[in-house]
Design a protein around this ligand. Structure first.
Ligand code: URP
Ligand code: ZN
Ligand code: ZN
Length: 468
């Protein structure tokens, strides 16, 4: 299928110009002025932005967690993503303790079978390493296109690893060219604080935040940075929420260490005021690391502006409020941790980042698409609009008003963190490799169109095809 996108304002991380884009064989084959070739589909993009399809480096679809399973499977989660302009994401495979990585990978691939709406890759979350087994197997994952290892420094008794496993994984990464990712919170300290809170009869959702203080995030962030430096591995800190974690990342980057950090949409907009809401409403805001004091919002905006933090993900880990979050009605520690977000990352960051003058349009594209693609071995196949790249394109109407509401969303959860927020600017057409995925309010393509994308090793490029 060929597509001609006429007269749009092409915005990449580096450029901003008006031109036509011609798409053939799933890739961008020509960009120029007044292109007049015939095409199967012509899109008038005058007055619109032509953005690269967004890349979300942090999602959890169909994942067993917290005594239940995330409510969005690959089909519903990716449909929500597509409507939000995200055309590629990297999901977490969780290695069940004692399992091989090969079995875990096969399991996650089978969950996606026939359901993929957008393209996807995987990180491997390491929970358990055995010498003479998974320790050696870990080294072979980059050959399968899984080029990042994730470790949880929290969730004691579930996903948490000790420093030995963390460090050994970092050593393997330094050999294999994988990127190490950490959920940085001190799980031992949190475990003590949670037990003390429950013993004192403090069971409300707010205690989720009060038992996971910023110092626990700051300490783990710094520990991971020092250990990764010792091991010689590149490090990416996921879902950074507060000054205590931004500062050690900024310091490491100033020293030229291979350290990057990400924050998530929700941490710019939600706070202790939300998790304190009465009648168990606060449970909607239970995710980890937790919501923080509002003073951290500007800390995060500054950090994404000055590149102390280099990406904004969603950490989409959706549960229903009624039925799943309520598992913790009488005990905050039983509330499944996670929140929804795949559908509204672009809406929120465009409105409150770009339109409010906090970041430029180019920087928005860099944070939501280009940097995630570069860091996770997807660039330049993904993350930009350029000749030879996959024709993953969002035609974005910067003038159309849109009200965010759970009633109209595509995620299966029953609430939205940004309920009732009015934004100006929303995707109008979304293309995946030149195929129309979304047009207006319609999902045009059928599940099955999305593909698994084997990713390049850290620092290497991934090309769609060589264009003559
Ligand atoms: O609360 C969260 N963030 N749930 C998803 C798992 C994780 O820690 O990223
Ligand atoms: Zn996490
Ligand atoms: Zn996560």
């Amino acid at each position: 299928m060929s597509v001609l996108i006429k007269g749009g304002r092409i915005v990449t991380a580096a450029d901003d110009y008006v031109a036509d884009v011609y798409v053939e064989d799933e890739t961008v084959s020509l960009i120029g002025e007044s292109l007049d070739m015939s095409a199967d589909k012509v899109i008038d993009a005058s007055g619109k932005y032509v953005l690269p399809g967004l890349v979300d480096p942090h999602t959890h679809l169909d994942m067993p967690f917290g005594g239940t399973v995330t409510i969005d499977d690959v089909e519903s989660g990716q449909t929500a993503a597509a409507f939000g302009g995200t055309t590629c994401h990297v999901d977490f495979i969780i290695q069940p303790q004692g399992s091989t990585f090969a079995d875990a990978f096969a399991d996650w691939r089978s969950k996606a079978s026939g359901k993929q709406v957008i393209d996807m890759g995987y990180h491997m979350a390491v929970t358990d390493l055995e010498e003479g087994g998974t320790l050696e197997e870990l080294a072979s994952l980059p050959d399968e296109g899984i080029t990042s290892y994730k470790l949880f420094m929290a969730y004691k008794g579930a996903l948490m690893v000790d420093d030995e496993t963390l460090f050994r994984t970092m050593e393997v990464a330094s050999e294999t060219g994988a990127l190490v990712m950490v959920h940085a919170e001190n799980g031992d300290v949190i475990d003590v604080l949670v037990k003390q809170a429950l013993a004192a009869g403090n069971t409300d959702p707010i205690y989720h935040a009060l038992t996971r203080p910023p110092e626990a995030e700051g300490e783990a962030t710094n520990r991971a940075i020092q250990l990764a430096h010792l091991a010689g591995a590149p490090l990416y800190v996921v879902h950074v929420t507060c000054r205590e974690a931004v500062e050690p990342i900024a310091l490491a980057r100033e020293k030229g260490w291979d350290v990057w950090g990400e924050t998530c949409t929700q941490y710019f907009f939600t706070s202790l005021d939300d998790i304190a809401k009465p009648n168990f409403e606060g449970a909607k805001y239970v995710y980890s690391p937790p919501v923080r004091d509002k003073s951290n919002w500007e800390v995060l905006w500054n950090a994404v502006r000055n590149d102390d933090l280099s990406a904004i993900s969603t950490d989409h880990c959706a549960f229903t409020w009624d039925g799943q979050k309520t598992l913790g009605k009488d005990d905050f520690s039983k509330i499944p941790n996670g929140g929804p977000g795949l559908e509204n990352r672009l809406h929120m960051i465009h409105e409150f980042g770009v339109r409010s003058g906090r970041i430029s349009l180019n920087r928005m594209v860099e944070l939501l698409a280009t940097n995630p693609a570069k860091l996770f071995g997807l660039y330049p196949k993904k993350g930009t609009v350029a000749v030879g790249s996959d024709a993953d394109i969002v035609v974005f109407d910067p003038e159309r008003k849109f009200t965010i509401t759970a009633a109209d969303q595509h995620s299966r959860t029953d609430y939205n963190l940004y309920e009732g927020t009015e934004v100006t600017g929303t995707p109008e057409v979304v293309l995946l490799r030149g195929n129309v995925l979304v047009e207006g309010d319609e999902l045009v393509a059928s599940p099955g169109i999305g593909q698994f994308v084997p990713r390049a090793r850290f620092g290497q490029e991934l090309r769609a095809k060589v264009v003559a």
